[in-house]
Design a protein around this ligand. Sequence first.
Ligand code: 8YV
Length: 313
Amino acid sequence: PQEIAMLASVFGQVPGLLDEFRKHFTVHLMNKPELFDPEAARRVRAIATSGGVGADASVYDRFPAAEIVASFGVGYDQVDVAEAERRGLKVTNTPGVLTEDVADLAIALLLAVSRDIVVGDAHARSGDWAAKGPMPLKRKVSGKRAGIVGLGGIGQDIARRAAAFNMDIAWTGPRPKPDQPYEYVPDPVALAERSDVLFVSCVGGPETRHLVNTQVLKALGPEGILVNVSRGSVVDEDALIAALRADGLYGAGLDVFENEPEIPQALKDDRRVVLHPHHASGTTETRRAMGLLVLDNLRAHFDGRPLPTPVVG
Ligand code: 8YV
């Protein structure tokens, strides 16, 4: 069997997944590419990584016999695709299988912020309810206006869920999508202006860096809620902290951060912000489906079949 290097932290977390890979490959678990045994690295034909760690020229140098980089995740902004292509390496990702989970978490974060579920849990659990009376009144979700930044698969699933909450839905992105029933607003500031909640579900990388900036947050306004399930890089975190400090925002639900796994203390200290540790796809079912899609891609490559989900085929 071919030898492959797999990121231990993500693939190893899924029950039974490594056994599936071992039916077809000799698996080397990798903690960090730079700690990988150089001797074994020379025999590795495939690198199974994830968005969190990624791969770049230094990783490709470490695995000179590699033919394919299979990333566990839909976003591949941390994989240097241009460099992979230059070296003739194939690249795959795992779109589709995680869409529902990520959209579910976006709605969960909105509900958690608007209804203050985390604070409510503490209020009930601590005895404050009995000792001090009811918790403060919170914000209604149903019927509010939703703006979606990025209407790909995940954005569309957020829209479907928001529609079930009778929300009025509009979106922004680089170009209109005539097949979509939702209002298209080309300017993110104008979208934020007409939104009570702004969902961020676009791609990461240089083209969307700090797309949600001071102006967008100002337009979202003191009653607005920001939900980010995309990449931390899309939101200017300093601008977000400044907006919260000035009471310019109602709250935020964040699954992703600019410098993961570090989270600015100002966000950790702010109870209007609900934090999640980049885990929107983190269910057993979905992580298994993502892992099996990585496996399908690797098997297709070594069997000489077309790749199921190529980024660079
Ligand atoms: C991560 C993600 O891949 O799909 C994506 O783009 O960000 C996630 O699913 C996952 O957290 C493993 O790192």
